[in-house]
Design a protein. Structure first.
Lengths: 116, 110
């Protein structure tokens, strides 16, 4: 158990709709990152949040957005859903202690999104 | 961005050591090597990480070559529950952007 919880675990949406996925970080962690994992592929970095601000983003369009709250929980929002957005969405949390240290991230079990 | 190369699949007999190789020839001096595993559509599980020295914990050992261009994850006594996809990852300094490859699918055989 990593202490990172995600909801919902599974959901089905229609193309063009919007979806919000939620993540509760491990206690004491101040950084959260989100990954998308398509079937048969490794996870792809979407973005990360530190102290409620986005401070790193992967190659994803602006319709992927996020929030981090004062209690360090987080949301991933995806607008105008496309069929290719069907994937496992993973949240990971960590305690940032500086760029030179080996900060480890801990993943939740993910949210399975199917777009039809 | 440093990238990693891993064999797509490996088999290992139960009770034997599983040695999973990883090449990261473009790694820079301050980039850590991390290993995670993913058991059938669950979230990736942290195993171990290192910078220069070999590391050992209760799950595994990590051997990093002196030039840091490759590493090996060792599961000393593989069990059926170790069947999973194993990812070798290099972390981008200052971020939590981990670049995952397609990993090695390890199958532990009874």
């Amino acid at each position: 158990e990593t202490g990172v919880t995600q909801s919902p675990t599974h959901l089905i949406k229609t193309r063009g709709q919007q979806v919000t996925l939620r993540c509760s970080s491990q206690s004491g962690h101040n950084t959260v990152s989100w990954y998308q994992q398509a079937l048969g592929q490794g996870p792809q970095f979407i973005f990360q949040y530190y102290r409620e601000e986005e401070n790193g983003r992967g190659n994803f369009p602006p319709r992927f957005s996020g929030l981090q709250f004062p209690n360090y929980s987080s949301e991933l929002n995806v607008n105008a859903l496309e069929l290719d957005d069907s994937a496992l969405y993973l949240c990971a949390s960590s305690l940032f202690r500086g760029t030179s240290s080996g900060n480890t991230i801990y993943f939740g079990e993910g949210s399975w999104l199917t777009v039809v | 961005d440093a990238k990693t190369t891993q064999p797509p699949s490996m088999d290992c007999a139960e009770g034997r050591a599983a040695n999973l190789p990883c090449n990261h020839s473009t790694i820079s001096g301050n980039e850590y090597v991390y290993w995670y595993r993913q058991i059938h559509s669950q979230g990736p599980q942290y195993i171990i990480h290192g910078l220069k020295n070999n590391e050992t914990n209760e799950m595994a050992s990590l051997i990093i070559t002196e030039d840091r261009k490759s590493s090996t994850l060792i599961l000393p006594h593989a069990t059926l529950r170790d069947t999973a996809v194993y990812y070798c990852i290099v972390r981008i300094p200052g971020t939590y952007k981990y670049i995952f490859g397609t990993g090695t699918r390890l199958k532990v055989l009874a």
